[in-house]
Design a protein around this ligand. Structure first.
Ligand code: ZN
Length: 114
């Protein structure tokens, strides 16, 4: 039986700092969104930009965890496709309780002509 590998302390600390930095970015946007007051025009612009950037992040994750270049394995994880990362993205983006599906459904109907 093999022992689980543990990270050296410096690697564990670096990993914790990296995760903390990433969460800080997301939490800053969430803080603005969750404020119980109308958004300023500047905040609307920041949030609009953050949503566009979120789309870029998701596209990049799908590209990096696709399998078009190397056959049946994820091109990043080198495990049978879909890898855990792509499967997780799929679950989150298609979860009816989350905003992505609602936004998609609300925009599936063509706008009414006036
Ligand atoms: Zn992957």
């Amino acid at each position: 039986m093999t022992q689980p590998q543990t990270l050296p302390p410096v690697a564990a600390e670096a990993r914790a700092l990296l995760c903390s930095l990433l969460y800080e970015h997301v939490e800053t946007v969430e803080y603005i969104v969750d404020k119980d007051e109308p958004w300023t025009e500047e905040q609307c612009g920041v949030i609009r930009s953050a949503i566009e950037d979120l789309g870029l992040v998701i596209r990049q994750m799908v590209t990096e965890h696709g399998n078009t270049q190397r056959g049946d394995n994820c091109s990043t994880c080198a495990v049978p496709w879909p890898c855990a990362t792509l499967a997780s993205l799929y679950r989150m983006l298609t979860d009816r309780q989350l905003g992505f599906v609602r936004l998609l459904e609300e925009n599936a109907t063509p706008p009414k002509r006036t």
